[in-house]
Design a protein around this ligand. Sequence first.
Ligand SMILES: Nc1nc2c(ncn2[C@@H]2O[C@H](COP(=O)(O)OP(=O)(O)OP(=O)(O)O)[C@@H](O)[C@H]2O)c(=O)[nH]1
Ligand SMILES: [Mg+2]
Ligand SMILES: [Zn+2]
Length: 296
Amino acid sequence: MISNEQLSGKIIKGIGGFYYVKTDRGNDALECKARGVLRHQKIIPTVGDEVMIQSDNPGEWMIESILPRKNIFLRPPVANVDIGLIVFSMINPKPNLLLLDMLLISSEIQNVEPIVCFTKRDLTSTDEENAIKEIYEKTPYKLFFFSKQDTDTMDKIIGEIGGKTAFMAGPSGVGKSTMANYLCADQTMETGTLSQKLKRGKHTTRHVELLETKNGGYLLDTPGFSSYQISEMIKPEELREYFPEFSRGACRFKSCLHKEEPGCDVKKSVETGEISSVRYEHYLSLLDEIKKDQYR
Ligand SMILES: Nc1nc2c(ncn2[C@@H]2O[C@H](COP(=O)(O)OP(=O)(O)OP(=O)(O)O)[C@@H](O)[C@H]2O)c(=O)[nH]1
Ligand SMILES: [Mg+2]
Ligand SMILES: [Zn+2]
């Protein structure tokens, strides 16, 4: 019997004081408790954390330490996220592009690479799809349109997640769990029945769990939401940095907020169509909102 054995791994689930840590050893995650020392330091192990675990007694694993985090989110609680799958449907519900832009800004702030997904392509026309492409093809973001039958496109999305940790964000009913079921079809869950429940997305309100994709990535399915706040996260003069297509730096004034300033290159690009007017309008309305909140 090896004692004091140490392993490194990733927390994929936490329930009632137990953490489930995926290591190189075996397919099943190991059930762990956190050492008291972590609690005393007020460090809360979080799903997505890279940890060192140790076994003092056979079959009993303790989380010894948590490696520095790349980022951490509170709702849902998850750490070390590389990719944000921002999911909207073409219809039922209709896409809210202002919410989409807020999620893009939030991704930029948190150092998460956004991938924009539009589902339910089967229920809509190419005109509607082209209208959205017009807007977002002028940004550097990756953009996918598909339906739940379109496994080729979903395989491309899986390709983006390989070896990384992704989470989903978007309104309720857009098809996040439907997508997660395909992206994570080959995962090995602890029990068959629990696994079935998880696959239907029922877990999202109960606990947070990283599912494994077919190519060694992790995916967090989340409950949908329809409103979002970014005004507390940014100052007015920072907002423009989070619209990457604005950053050509050719405005007359370095401090240009792209509003009423003379010689504004962004406004010129909106007029020529190089920058989408929809994105620009969203920028202006968010700028107003942030300013209002600042002087409250
Ligand atoms: N026609 C069509 N229906 C879809 C598609 N994707 C998902 N749906 C349906 O949309 C409904 C909602 O899908 P879910 O995957 O539960 O949506 P969700 O985003 O997980 O919703 P929440 O968990 O409430 O946030 C289900 O009835 C799906 O079958 C699609 O591409 N085309
Ligand atoms: Mg769901
Ligand atoms: Zn400008």
